[in-house]
Design a protein around this ligand. Structure first.
Ligand code: MG
Length: 338
């Protein structure tokens, strides 16, 4: 039987609307097709995010994106079987916009509303897109830095957080560094471009904070603020240190969990230098590295729809559909184990 699922993403800077069709009970490249995946991103600026403006941005773009998603998929709204949305974690104001959009669609169409954990969606969409099987997942985005793996506990499956940031997300740190150094653009992309311009490749002395399997980035940012070194050299060192910290923590988790694959997901996963450093670590351990393709790296509606499909197909249950800013990945039980 064919099912059509609408996915709505709105946890942070992106409002995304996607349509995914599913045949059968298992999620795979053949059976789970993304028919459309439309999004609008709040532009990065020196001021960072203002939550109320983010919500305004999402509300302004949602209807147009929905229309585009339906048109590209070539379907009518009445054909939709379920509405999946990002329940959290995220920024309260923007989460509410997605929730309201999803809830009204569900009520209007009289179809189920499926609350999707945004972090789990990054992992599940990564598995769907790369074909990874039971990987150690390194989730690196603006607001998040987590090292995750699926484990069985008392008959149910849940994701366990093996390591994570103790302060800000790695992407957030890089965005702040880009802003502080007034790079163009003033964010993580600016840091990447400036680091490329620095051919001397001499490391400016910056903090390197790994605590077992956890990481901290705020000391790095304070040191960049105080430093008088060349901006390109600082961008290079910021990137090298932050990524090396992450690789070190992930390597420890890999040895502990004995997973055979490492998967990079989230917006920062696209960075070629990060992929290069992870590839050399994986090589040493005889482990395969999978990196989520660009189209599904940043936040998007398709990852929410794909995970919604998986929740429905596996008979996973949920307690509440209320948005939850502080939703964690390790608090939820699942029926799937692939
Ligand atoms: Mg994300």
């Amino acid at each position: 039987m064919k099912k059509l699922v609408l996915g709505i993403e709105s946890t942070a800077h992106t409002i995304g609307v996607a349509l995914v069709s599913q045949t059968g009970k298992t999620v795979s490249q053949e059976k789970t097709r993304v028919l459309s995946n439309e999004l609008a991103k709040y532009p990065s600026s020196k001021a960072g995010f203002i939550p109320r403006k983010l919500a305004d941005h999402h509300a302004e773009h949602y209807a147009t994106l929905l229309k585009q998603a339906l048109e590209k998929a070539g379907v009518d709204a009445r054909e939709i079987d379920a509405i999946a949305f990002s329940q959290g974690p995220g920024i309260g104001h923007s989460l509410r916009v997605g929730y309201m959009a999803a809830k009204s669609a569900a009520q209007l169409l009289d179809k189920p509303l499926v609350p999707v954990n945004h972090t789990i969606a990054h992992v599940e969409a990564g598995k769907w897109a790369t074909g990874a099987i039971d990987p150690l997942t390194v989730y690196v985005s603006g607001g998040n830095t987590q090292i995750l793996a699926l484990e069985k506990s008392g008959g149910a499956y849940r994701y366990r957080v093996y390591g994570e940031t103790l302060d800000v997300g790695i992407g957030n740190f890089l965005d702040n560094a880009g802003r502080l150094l007034e790079l163009d653009p003033p964010d993580a992309v600016g840091v990447m471009l400036a680091a490329k311009q620095y051919h001397e490749k001499e490391l400016v002395d910056l903090p390197y904070t790994v605590k077992g399997v956890d990481l901290a980035f705020s000391g790095l940012l304070s040191a960049i603020k105080r430093s008088t070194a060349d901006h390109n050299a600082l961008a290079y060192a910021a990137q090298e240190n932050a990524y090396a910290m992450l690789v070190e923590a992930a390597e420890r988790c890999l040895c502990h969990t004995n997973k055979k694959q490492v998967m990079l997901v989230g917006g920062v996963a696209q960075n070629p230098r990060l992929q290069e450093m992870f590839a050399s670590m994986c090589d040493e351990h005889g482990t395969t590295l999978k990196a989520v393709p660009t189209a599904y790296a940043g936040d998007n509606g398709a990852m929410i729809a794909v995970t919604g499909v998986k929740m429905l197909a596996s008979g996973t249950e949920w307690k509440s559909t209320e948005p939850n800013q502080g939703l964690r990945i390790d608090g939820q039980e699942f029926k799937w184990n692939d």
